[in-house]
Ligand binder design. Sequence first.
Ligand code: NAI
Length: 330
Amino acid sequence: MIKIAFFDAKPYDKIWFDKCSDRFDMKIKYYDSKLTDDTAYMAKDCDAVCAFVNDTINKDTILTLEKIGIKLIAMRCAGYNNIDLKAAYGKMHIVRVPAYSPYAVAEHGIGMLLCLNRKLHKAYIRTRDYNFSLNGMTGFDLFGKTVGIVGTGKIGRVFADICRGFGMKIIAYDPYPSDERLEYVDFDYLCRNSDIISLHCPLTRENTHLVNKNSIEKMKDGVCIINTSRGALIDSDALIDGLKSGKIGNAALDVYEEEGDVFFEDMSEEVDRDEKLAILLSMPNVIITSHQAFLTNEALENIAEITLDNIKSYFDGEKIKNEIFYKMPT
Ligand code: NAI
């Protein structure tokens, strides 16, 4: 029976992975700890490792995994920016779940946009306090507004479909345009012409801090920025400055560049808080969710099913499913 060391395990993961693991004849050892160079040794009696978005899969982690005989890292997510691919080259096979529910992520992004624009987060608290005043609650119609979508892969395209339903004008930036129904523009044009900008591209070395002081200056006054992709696509300092000056009207963030030690955990008793995150959370025109855009039953079931199937394909000696292929990075 294949044994899997499952790091950063949460109750909602266990529900779906336990349901699927019997069918795949696999045993899963769940660990609450994240996978890091300190915890990697915990996989020593296992055949494979299952990891998630905020695990630290750096050179030392990979060397320890190699030393204890692990040859397969199964990411139960789409992104893999937290893996040192250079260190993994030739040592580890890495599989991932490239698509599990683009609807989950796109719908969450739209949910955040609606909430922020129509101040639902404030209304919820206000009416519970028996305060029925409408002062400060004015939003804007989405109909007729221009949304700029950065990255038109699976999630970006679903996001575009939903925006189309609202009667919005859609422009998109993607170095590899793939949807003939979309009007593709360069990033500069997108910044200058969008009322709402939504990020749906992977994080790479090249596009780290894509939203920065320079690009924010080009944006329309009062622009609304939505990020359900990866935190480091946005320079948090520049975002805070833009919000303070009023250049940015609203920001909806499901991800944050320093989320690694905070998101997915109950940090309510912590007093030593990340200052930038605390500033953002204090702003009335910002909403932050804890990297939860993926969190639907459908997505979790697909993640469990595809992750275990990826692992099975490796141990069955078949063509490995959903393997990440990469050139030796320079
Ligand atoms: P995908 O691979 O289907 O599409 C990504 C698109 O981005 C591609 O069309 C690609 O050409 C484009 N792209 C690459 N570099 C770009 C750049 N510099 N600027 C603009 N576009 C660029 O990926 P998918 O499934 O649509 O996911 C998008 C991202 O969403 C993932 O990379 C991940 O970071 C994030 N994500 C977040 C989740 C959450 O829970 N918040 C869950 C799942 C994914």
